[in-house]
Design a protein around this ligand. Sequence first.
Ligand code: GLU
Length: 488
Amino acid sequence: MDRVRVRFAPSPTGHLHVGGARTVLFNWLFARHHGGTFVLRIEDTDVERSTEASVDAIIDSIKWLGLDWDEGPIVGGRYGPYFQSERLETYREYADRLLSTGHAYPCYCTPEELEEARKAALGRGQSVGYSGRCRHLSPEERRAFEAEGRKPALRFRVDEGETVVRDLIRGEVRFENRFIDDFVILKSDGYPTYNFAAVVDDTLMEISHIIRGDEHLPNTPKQIMIYRALGFDLPKFAHVSMILGPDRTKLSKRHGATSIAQYREDGYMPDALVNYLVLLGWAYDATQQIFSREELIEKFTLEKVSKNPAVFDPDKLLWMNGHYLRATDVKILASLAVEHLARAGLVPAAPDEREMARIEKIVGLLKERMRTVKDVVALGDFFFTEGVSYDAEAFEKFLARDYVPEALREIRRRLGALGEFTAAEVERVLRGYAAEVGRKAGDVIHPVRVAVTGRAASPGLFEVLELLGKDVTCSRLDAVLAKLSTGG
Ligand code: GLU
């Protein structure tokens, strides 16, 4: 294949969502598979809706997913600038070219006039597109508008006929030009519209393949017209199918979290998301679901991208997250967990080495029970808090029993006397006591668990106590004893 250059070109008007993330991923994989270049370009020409915060949020999410770009913001590159708002002169230059070749013309209609014309057409039951009013203005009429001080927009003159999009995924898609109005390429404020700026940039940045969501398919004939009018070569197009929710309607907020930032906050792992996202429209064969990044780079091709809509299945994502969570080294998991623990106020944002070592141990204990990284908070908060809050039901079931105060008092005494506070020693104390008083081990283990963790379920209690340490364990037992002696 010739030199591969692909791009992701987000409009910074919000977070990176599932669909956009899949587009980044497909472009990134395609570039890496072919040893090509992946460009990040910020399409910030909608001045009202674009924000720097969105640029940061999108970049943050891409990085968090573990994807990188070879040219674009931060890293630069020789085709820059990579923010469209910094390329206005370039667009002006190419717009002038279209103007001088007659492919574009100035349109003096104000938004109010366009709206009025639209309403009138609607009233007459006619098509509501642009009427073509300024298409045939005489030089005098133009001068008259200019004299009024009107600043024109530039419209592209759409010829009759048909425009065919040859798409690597969808095959040939035909568009009749008569359904396409003369569209604006440069607004009266000098900003280009998306269709125009994208063509200029994709050409100047030497983009070879345009891989994007198929909501852009109706834009492609317009872009092809511009390529031709400017005498540019066409890139190859690949429009990736829509993503549907489980109910087979277009994926939206109604279906739950859709932004990558939200998944991150909900405790999903970047590797799990990457693996899940790639399966939204791509399959290697009928069976393989789990792919490492190296494998994806090796195996990803557009031939295996489907033209059928993909269905987003949150349960499968959760399952996949669990898979990655268990397969991930506890050091990496702990570093992901810190973000959630810190947000819950349980640890500092940048724990020191000793704290990190402890977090690793805790995560190691909890790992089997976690489905998301965030679960570390709900399952393990008692490791980090001063005291514990008791689950009422667990308290009633395991602590409000006659033999418990005596048992806890004695166990507290023996644990307090231990020289070495290890899981093995703790276990010896608990089992030893149970045997002495003729009870099952569970009869003492459960009450101790509720006393020190506040809940009925936890990882292996002996390991939990070792990690909590002697002082914390004993003070929590004291607290429960005090509570029991005052009658709850
Ligand atoms: N700025 C456009 C968007 O965010 C880019 C579309 C394209 O890839 O051409 O949808």
